[in-house]
Design a protein around this ligand. Structure first.
Ligand code: 6R9
Length: 651
């Protein structure tokens, strides 16, 4: 892989040093890298001390049963207590924890004191339903405050939660409930999406037909729509939770007590239940949120515009911001309801200072055009973040200019459900940013790019991303399948964690992520990453978004097939002319003739997961004219039908 990759990304030479004012007051300085490198365990022990521990740990890390890690062994703490009660005790009870904005425009403000009471009531309600420490609870909810309350109530009583994205099907929900043997489900009648009430409860009812062990369903009334009701099993949140006492004394749990299971799709059909535990997870999530977003809890209004059903929502809507006592925004709906300026209206209204979202959202806003954000006052923003996929340099520069007013650093944060917290990212007060690069491993984290034999590649070359030391928020196992944990992550390069992503090191040793290694194409023996071709396409003024796949090709092994969405203004002006020839030539100029797509299809939408990741697997099925594989993790399965309709006859 190392030698033959093409390198248009590495020709990106725009540089953005940290703003002086931010650098002067930054939470973390360059010294942290050296400190952490000298003694990573001492570094993490110092970060763990940011939390309240009921009992101190004896060892920082026990790696004697590698790759099964134990962090802060013997230590005891309660996650909800750290996120709530301790802030109230410190006199911060009146600080806003969440400014919640419903899609129809209804709002709720929850202070730390109010959230603590609500979580205590919900914890008492779960206890009343017979939930005990160690029992799993499934949460299938819209983006409403009760979702956060339910998660923290579970954490408070030591019942690991598994949050299933509200956009997933009954089938996906059933599989997850059964895999972790959850006995209680928390849900809502529905939520608001795209201007209408979208039902959730029917999917729960359908899933539970095949989950006889689920004994209780706690239902939040959000939309008021009619719901089916199973007497003896279903209970309204407003009946049960409201009747509980707001007094609940949290018990301290072992540092390795399970906190949650988050399912993520693998390359095979069965989703993996990624297990996160208590002390190490909260330590790294709290530290990274404080360091990477440079949060000042007294001043900042922080917004992760992502779904709670994605790991990003767990770590950077719920646990990180609350552990740091920060004020956040929580938004229920879609970015274009009721108009395409909705996010910017929210930034203006709450004077959001830090915004964190996915490249797919950024490219969508690019497509809608600069005029929309320009209508709002975004001057409160001081820092922007990106997560979920490689961010194309053009999208990065647009984000900084059109949203960040050419002032704000953009932190491109690489991490995974499995890593629990940020791993590779700029530090906004330290790093000179390069559009499209996540730069280097954070203090306390060790990453490397290696070749097929596991040898580190020289600067200027590409290979596989690995993590070379355990880290506090690492997954502990795959729920119920230790062997799959070992095989998936620790066998490809023994002793090191295989992330499944391709990456390059530039001449400075900075890291550029190139997408999943299964997204690398092989065209006439040249290894070309989908990310590189997509970035070349997105750098063309006509293109807002692109998805590239390798389709079997009788002569070249694989041929490049590109699906593109045109920018709003371009699509309107474009007339009848087919842009494919111009785009092919553009890719040829940007990367080289070998990377010119065999086919370019203009489409209106692309198939995405909850986190905005393009499901290239499905596009490959289309490009190779196959039946579609598993679509249970798609946010909107009708997208595939729309794409198929636009297809010319198969090549
Ligand atoms: C947090 C999250 C993990 C995969 C990961 C990689 C991709 C995430 C990225 C990125 C390039 C970034 N990814 N952040 N690629 N640059 N800044 O997304 O978790 O849903 O488990 O996905 O997402 O391919 O391996 P998850």
């Amino acid at each position: 892989m190392a030698d033959r990759t093409l390198s248009n990304l590495l020709r990106e030479d725009r540089r953005f040093p940290p703003p002086a004012a931010l650098a002067q007051q930054a939470n973390v300085t360059a010294a942290a890298y050296d400190e952490a490198a000298a003694d990573p365990e001492a570094f993490w022990a110092a970060q763990a001390a940011r939390l309240d521990w009921a009992e101190p740990w004896t060892d920082v890390l026990d790696w004697s049963r590698a790759p099964f890690a134990r962090w802060f062994t013997g230590g005891r703490l309660n996650v909800a207590e750290n996120c709530l009660d301790r802030h109230v005790r410190a006199g911060l009870g009146d600080r806003v924890a969440f400014h919640w904005e419903g899609e129809p425009g209804d709002t709720r403000t929850l202070t730390y004191a109010e959230l603590t009471d609500e979580v205590s009531r919900a914890a008492n309600a779960l206890l009343a339903l017979g939930v005990r420490a160690g029992d799993r609870v499934a949460i299938y909810m819209p983006m409403i405050p009760e979702t956060v309350v339910a998660m923290l109530a579970c954490a408070r009583i030591g019942a690991p939660h598994t949050v299933v994205f509200g956009g997933f099907s009954a089938e996906a929900l059933r599989g997850r409930i059964q895999d972790c043997d959850a006995r209680v489900v928390v849900t809502a009648d529905g939520g608001y999406r795209k201007g209408a009430a979208s039902a959730l409860k029917p999917a729960v009812d359908e899933a539970l037909e095949q989950c006889p062990d689920v004994r209780s369903v706690l239902v939040v009334r959000r939309t008021g729509q009619d719901v089916g009701w199973t007497e003896g099993r279903d209970v309204w949140w407003h009946d049960l939770v409201a009747a509980q006492s707001a007094e609940h004394t949290p018990e301290a749990f072992d540092s390795e007590h399970p906190l949650y299971i988050m399912y993520t799709s693998g390359t095979t059909a069965r989703p993996k239940g990624i297990l996160h535990t208590t002390g190490g997870y909260l330590t790294q999530v709290a530290w990274s949120h404080w360091a990477v977003f440079d949060v000042k809890p007294e001043h900042d209004v922080y917004w992760t515009a992502a779904d709670i059903g994605w790991v990003t929502g767990h770590s950077y809507i719920v646990y990180g911001p609350l552990a740091n006592g920060v004020t956040s925004v929580l938004y229920e709906g879609t970015p274009d309801t009721p108009h395409q300026g909705r996010w910017w209206e929210i930034v203006q209204k709450y004077k959001v200072t830090i915004l964190y979202c996915a490249p797919t959202a950024i490219r969508t806003f690019m497509k809608w055009g600069d005029a929309i954000p320009a209508d709002f006052d975004l001057s409160s923003l001081r820092l922007l973040g990106s997560v979920g996929e490689p961010i194309n340099p053009e999208a990065w520069v647009w984000y900084r200019r059109a949203i960040g007013g050419d002032r704000t650093p953009v932190v491109d944060t690489w991490w995974q459900t499995e890593t629990g917290a940020h791993m590779i990212s700029p530090l906004p007060g330290v790093s000179t940013c390069k559009p499209g690069s996540a730069l280097r491993a954070l203090p306390g984290v060790s990453a490397e790019v290696v070749d097929d034999q596991g040898e580190p590649v020289p600067n200027g070359s590409g290979g596989y991303l690995v993590l070379t030391r355990p880290w506090p928020s690492m997954l502990r196992t795959i729920w119920g399948d230790e062997q799959r944990y070992v095989d998936t992550y620790w066998s490809r390069f023994p002793g090191r964690y295989f992330a499944g992503d391709g990456a390059k090191k530039d001449e400075d040793g900075d890291i550029w992520l190139l997408g999943r290694v299964d997204d690398v194409m092989n065209v006439s023996g040249h290894r070309i990453s989908t990310t590189e071709v997509e970035s070349a396409l997105v750098s063309h003024p006509l293109v807002a978004e692109a998805a590239v796949v390798g389709a079997a090709d009788p002569t070249t092994g694989q041929g490049i097939v590109a699906f593109v969405i045109l920018r709003g203004d371009a699509a309107a002006e474009g007339g009848q002319e087919d842009p494919a020839a111009g785009l092919r030539a553009h890719v040829g100029r940007e990367i080289g003739p070998i990377a010119r797509p065999r086919q370019i299809l203009v489409v209106a939408e692309l198939p995405k997961t909850r986190s905005g990741k393009i499901m290239r697997r499905l596009l490959r099925d289309i490009a190779e004219n196959r039946e579609l594989g598993d679509v249970t993790t798609l946010t909107d399965s009708s997208v595939m039908d729309a794409i198929k309709e636009r297809l010319p006859d198969a090549p």
